[in-house]
Structure formats: C-alpha cells, structure tokens
Design a protein around this ligand. Structure first.
Ligand code: G3D
Length: 179
C-alpha cells in the first residue's frame, strides 16, 4: 500500500483538499511528491512560465513550488493561497548554510493573510545524510516554537528512502483545516 492511500483517506473526510508543498529549491519537494503520488507522477506538469507543479489525485490537489529568489512570482502567490487546507514546508536538513534563508522564507509565508491559521507541517528532509540536522535543531533554527497562530508539526524524513513521509501526512490529515 502506497502513500497515495493516505490522500484517499483524506478525501473521505472532506470533499476536496488543497495542499501547498513549499520550500527552497533542492529541498526535496519533487521527490516527496513523487513518493506520495507514485504512478500519478506522470500527471505532474510544470506550469508554463512558472516553476510550479500541480498534481490532482482523486480530489486532492497538491501544488508545489520553490520559494526564494523569485520576487516576480511572489505577486501571484495569493492566487494560489485561497482555500489552502495545509502547508507542507520542506527543508533540506543537511544544507546548514541555507537554513537561515529557509527560515526567512517560511516566516514571510506565515505572514500571508490568506494563509492565516492554515496548519503547517515541516519536513526536515534528507535525514539519510550523515550530517543532517535533527528535527529539534531545525525547530530552533526555523523558530517554530514561536508559532502561536496555527497548529504546526515537524517530522524528520528522508524522501529518498521514503521514511517519515507517512507520519507527516497522517498529521496533516488529522489537522487539516475545516473550511
Ligand atoms: P525540489 O523539488 O525541492 O527542488 P528535488 O528538490 O526533489 O528535486 O530534490 C533535489 C535533490 O535532492 C535531488 O538530487 C534529490 O534526489 C535529492 N533528495 C531529495 N530528497 C532527498 C533525501 O531524502 N535524501 C537525499 N540524500 N537526497 C534527497 P539530484 O541529485 O537528483 O539533484
């Protein structure tokens, strides 16, 4: 049974679910999406002109895009934020040099009015790499303890080894915002 079953389970609890999968480039978002969607990967289409990938699986839509360095794109963000049920923020826990940038982008994101109260799952990805930082250190670096306006959770994972992903998705399903 693949991870797609979690999305199907999610669908039974509400008609449609919209998840945004965000993070810096190279964080592992596409790898996570592939692990979640398995065969449905062929449906992932980069949106022309933007580095946005959209995937729809049985009423669950996933939009994936890179944050940072794309100032022009930012003005279009709000179009994608409407009716978001959950945010999945992916961090490369082995890329210590970019953790600060990842934290800054996350904090901008959480300041967006359309995303108020939307639950946040952080994946501290690439745990298979020896020097990857654990969830506790990533929590401190991203100042997650300061988040008081929404439910949040951090899960250490390795998208490459498909470890930790289902734990994160289960949390998303349990905490998805009821619109
Ligand atoms: P993005 O969609 O966030 O930009 P990708 O990131 O999913 O394209 O992943 C970027 C690179 O990181 C890829 O390597 C991918 O294989 C790798 N990666 C993703 N998740 C993991 C992980 O859990 N562990 C390790 N070790 N690597 C991971 P390439 O070499 O293909 O660019």
């Amino acid at each position: 049974m693949g991870l797609i079953s979690y999305l199907k389970k999610m669908k039974t609890s509400q008609k449609e679910a919209k998840l945004l999968v965000l993070g810096l480039d190279n964080a592992g978002k596409t790898t996570i999406l592939k692990a979640i969607s398995e065969e449905s990967i062929k449906n992932i289409k980069p949106t022309e002109g933007f580095n946005i990938k959209n995937l729809a699986v049985d009423g669950v839509s996933l939009s994936v895009w890179d944050l940072g360095g794309q100032k022009v794109l930012r003005e279009y963000w709000s179009n994608y934020f409407d009716h978001t049920d959950a945010l999945i923020y992916v961090v490369d826990a082995a890329d210590v040099d970019r953790l600060k940038e990842a934290g800054e982008e996350l904090s901008k994101l959480l300041g967006e009015a359309e995303l108020a109260k939307v639950p946040l799952l952080v994946y501290a990805n690439k745990q298979d790499i020896v020097h990857a930082l654990g969830a506790d250190v990533v929590t401190t670096n991203l100042k997650l303890d300061g988040i008081k306006d929404r439910k949040w959770m951090i899960v250490a994972c390795s998208a490459k080894q498909k470890e930790g992903l289902s734990e994160g998705l289960e949390w998303v399903i349990a905490n998805i915002k009821r619109n």
